[in-house]
Ligand binder design. Structure first.
Ligand code: HEC
Length: 268
């Protein structure tokens, strides 16, 4: 009898747990099904980055300079009335991602950097040599940092890249040419595969970062004391004046340029 009571005491809660618990558990398991390899996700976000970076460099920095807008590495200093250089735009995005809950790392490096802190070392330096040869992405597991890593060529896609780097007073190389591999973006993520939700979170973190930096730039403009303030709205500098697109208009263009490719992978 005693044994029977024990059995009931043990069995009933076990049944309750299994009845109530199992469907719940399988629900989360389905949601967390790992759909994408880390390499696929980093390729996707790096394409978004290429598009955003080129759009910013050509349509904002390149076209904006022609209309008298200024861009400076010290853009955030109190007395400097200018926007962020492309590399600092990217660093701003990386910093914003770092503050989010998404464990995605992003860096821009080179073998001949303007800023010493951006020089590739060790394994990344080795792999960068290969990237310069074949321009193909490099995916590897970084044993030291224990993190999945991917590197993608950063190409001089606009005349502004070359002329600014060649003329910069701290440059370590003054004969960059259009189309050169000037550096690479390095991306890091801690797991080897991601759920659909985690993948969307990575893409969102990148776009949120873009909007955050762009808004910082507009806030800087709002505080200009001696320079003309560009008109922020629907127009771009290419319309022939000191115009800047609003964050929404800028992001709409990124979406338009990036979405087809990104969706093709997401809906594979
Ligand atoms: C108006 C000047 C300017 C323009 C335009 C510019 N850069 Fe840079 N770039 C810089 C500066 C300054 C740095 C260093 C920023 C820092 O302190 O990390 C930098 C950093 C970099 C780095 C990291 C290695 C290094 O040199 O420190 C790469 C790679 C790079 N830029 C590539 C490009 C590419 C590709 C473009 C065009 C899409 C571009 N840059 C446009 C000025 C410029």
């Amino acid at each position: 009898m005693k044994k029977l009571i024990y059995t009931i005491i043990i069995t009933i809660p076990a049944l309750l747990i299994s009845c109530g618990g199992v469907p719940e558990k399988s629900k989360t398991a389905a949601k967390e099904k790992l759909e994408f390899s880390v390499a696929e996700v980093l390729e996707m976000v790096s394409k978004e980055n290429d598009i955003t970076r080129t759009l910013y460099t050509k349509a904002i920095v390149g076209a904006g300079k022609k209309q008298g807008l200024k861009f400076d590495e010290d853009w955030q200093k109190e007395d400097v009335e200018a926007g962020p250089l492309p590399a600092l735009f990217l660093r701003g995005i990386a910093n914003d991602i770092r503050k989010s809950e998404v464990p995605l790392g992003l860096y821009l490096g080179s073998d001949f950097p303007i800023n010493k802190a951006n020089k590739f070392e060790g394994k990344q330096g080795e792999l960068f040599k290969q990237i310069k040869k074949d321009r193909k992405p490099q995916h590897f597991y970084d044993e030291d940092q224990k993190i999945y890593t991917a590197m993608f060529a950063d190409v001089a896609g606009a005349g502004a890249c070359v002329s600014c780097h060649n003329k910069h007073e701290q440059t370590t190389k003054d004969d960059w040419k259009l189309g050169d591999v000037m550096g690479a973006t390095t991306w890091q993520y801690p797991t080897d595969s991601l759920s659909y939700d985690a993948t969307i979170a990575v893409l969102k973190a990148y776009r949120n970062g873009t909007v955050a930096v762009y808004k910082d730039y507009l806030a800087e403009i709002a505080a200009f004391k001696s320079s003309d303030k560009p008109v922020v709205g629907e127009k771009w500098p290419s319309a022939g004046g000191k115009y800047l697109p609003s964050p929404e208009v800028f992001l709409d263009s990124v979406r338009e340029l990036a979405s087809a490719e990104t969706m093709a992978v997401l809906l594979k």
